[in-house]
Design a protein around this ligand. Structure first.
Ligand code: 8IG
Length: 267
């Protein structure tokens, strides 16, 4: 069963190499909601491949989540795979579908993975909407795991200390935080948000952790960045909605794009 998922990723990687006209890639970036407008700054587009052209991929269900892989050449000549959109666990397609892009990137030769997301902020005392936060660690409350069987993967340093230091050379103002993931698609109750603050979480969302685990299994070095787009439920008195996420993304696209472009060129 799980063997099939890795085989399918190998087939998708072969199709991707052929569609891109390239044998290997230096880095892959997964652009979460709010991050898609930042993709344009990373480099010059070589090709765009709809997810539906590759084995095992599904078109994302969520507005603002794109639905294709952009192959980009950066100013320093590196080749990046930019995933414009991702599959979420709440879509009900299963864990393998959620991590298929990461496994495909790994099978296509990628060694470094940048995972971005939009998230609720659990620390409005110190976080502002529109701030990017480096993910230092995660708490996986999805109830799921992409790995089945007796593969005991070490998660002591899921999010590379080296890559975080490299990003802080580019932007020393960036804070770090612990990302908590729920399955969704509901946002949290105020009581759950209070619980997550007590547990040591700094951001909360519905993505990233399963992809990060699959990436560590594949031996990739992982960088994670959250864009805080709303205070967690009950922390601001306002209800949450997805449109504000996209709006914050549009407002911060230039800053996030420059940040990612500089980071990718220093990898
Ligand atoms: I953007 O407040 C975004 N994604 N679970 N909670 C959860 N996911 C989110 C949130 C949030 N904001």
């Amino acid at each position: 069963m799980t063997k099939d998922a890795y085989t399918l990723a190998g087939e998708a990687a072969a199709a991707l190499r052929s569609a891109a006209g390239l044998d290997t890639f230096d880095v892959a970036l997964v652009m979460g909601s709010g991050w898609v407008p930042a993709a344009d700054a990373i480099g010059e587009t070589v090709r765009e491949i709809p997810f539906t052209d590759l084995p095992g991929f599904r078109a994302p269900a969520v507005a603002g989540h794109g639905g294709k892989i952009r192959v980009v050449r950066t100013s320093s000549g590196r080749h990046a795979l930019i995933f414009l959109g991702r599959t979420h666990l709440y879509e009900g397609l299963g864990v393998d579908a959620v991590v298929h892009g990461v496994r495909t990137a790994a099978a296509a030769g990628v060694r470094t993975l940048v995972l971005t997301n939009a998230a609720g902020g659990l620390r409005p005392e110190t976080q502002n909407v529109g701030d990017p936060v480096l993910i230092s660690d995660h708490i996986n409350l999805t109830g799921a795991n992409p790995i089945t069987g007796t593969t005991f993967i070490d998660l002591t340093e899921v999010y590379s200390r080296r890559l975080r230091a490299l990003v802080r050379e580019v932007d020393p103002s960036l804070a770090e935080g612990v990302y908590v993931a729920f399955r969704g698609p509901t946002y949290e109750t105020p009581a759950e948000i209070r619980m997550l603050r007590t547990l040591g979480g700094d951001m909360v969302g519905m993505s990233t952790v399963l992809e990060a685990i699959a990436a560590r299994e594949a031996g990739l070095e992982v960088l994670g960045i959250s864009l805080v787009t709303n205070p967690g439920a009950g922390l601001s008195g306002e209800p949450l909605n997805h449109e504000e996420v996209l709006e914050v993304g549009r407002a911060t696209a230039a800053r996030m794009g420059v940040l990612l472009a500089k980071v990718v060129d220093r990898l």
